[in-house]
Design a protein around this ligand. Structure first.
Ligand SMILES: [Zn+2]
Ligand SMILES: [Zn+2]
Length: 279
């Protein structure tokens, strides 16, 4: 195994969340079990096998690893990946891929799919990804991964197994779809991005940016640039119903001890122990 980039990881129920994110440095996340990842600010060699990727926006530290990823999969004879991104990114990314093709003479096979707030992507029978608007300095998106389960409709719940079987055989659809928000990815955003998508607060796991933590850093300026301050989290403490919240994308102007100290001071019980800091 080649370790070319830092990766942190966490197991929650049936999934592993792997990733790393620092503002202006690099951001990349994935859930290998679900065959999907978020952002391509760099690409750990070990992430290559994940075939579906969602890019939140076009800032360099979230997308510059895209050509490397596409090219590595081709070299390793893997299927071309599918990469979802804001519609405005498609044409520039296609041009970048063509230019890399000229430079290194390697083909860049991949499917680039535009998405917009409200888009719904059926990844598999079990999983759907929904797309929401976030607020950043350029077009940007957040994503929620939902698990779909078939559940018996309430009107049939008192019936016996044989009765349900007979209904099924007669062509009646006895189930309806139940969607469970399993994981949300905010990307880079001012707090409006969270507030505009209630599922972000309900998802079992939320991956959230908290770029600024020092009390002296001005929130109006931070919001204007499309980022979050830890005080924004404090203001919304009661709204986070998530089982795990991963805070990341901290600014490089803070050292690790500073981040830990400021976060603990602002959120002494760390959202009842649910908050993880990925520095
Ligand atoms: Zn960023
Ligand atoms: Zn950004």
């Amino acid at each position: 195994m080649v370790n070319n980039l830092p990766v942190q990881s966490l197991v929650h129920k049936d999934i592993t969340i792997e990733g790393y994110s620092r503002a202006a440095v690099q951001t990349y996340w994935r859930v290998p079990e679900w065959k999907l990842g978020f952002d391509l600010g760099a690409h750990p060699w070990s992430f290559m096998g994940t075939p579906n990727w969602f890019v939140s926006h076009g800032h360099m530290d979230h997308v510059v690893g895209l050509p490397v990823y596409v090219s590595r999969r081709r070299m390793m004879k893997m299927e071309p990946p599918t990469i979802y991104m804001p519609g405005a990114m498609i044409e520039p990314v296609q041009r970048i891929l063509r230019l890399f093709n000229r430079l290194d003479r390697g083909r860049m096979p991949c499917t680039l799919v535009p998405c917009e707030p409200g888009s719904e992507i059926e990844l598999s029978r079990e999983h759907v990804v929904t797309v929401s608007a976030t607020k950043h300095s350029i077009p940007s998106l957040g994503f929620v991964v939902w698990e779909r389960r078939r559940k018996l409709k309430p009107e049939y719940q008192g019936l016996t197994g044989a009765e349900i079987r007979d209904l099924r055989l007669s062509g009646t659809d006895v189930t309806h779809e139940l969607r469970i928000p399993r994981l949300a990815y905010l990307g880079d955003s001012a707090p409006e991005g969270l507030d505009a998508c209630p599922a972000m607060y309900e998802a079992e796991v939320l991956i959230m940016e908290v770029t600024f933590v020092a009390p002296s850093h001005r929130k109006d300026k931070i919001h204007k640039f499309g980022h979050m301050h830890v005080d924004d989290v404090v203001e919304r403490v009661a709204r986070f119903h998530n089982e795990v919240v991963i805070a990341s994308h901290f600014s490089t102007r803070y050292s690790t001890p500073q981040i830990e100290r400021y976060m603990q001071r602002a959120l002494p019980d760390m959202l009842g122990g649910r908050l993880r800091l990925w520095v």
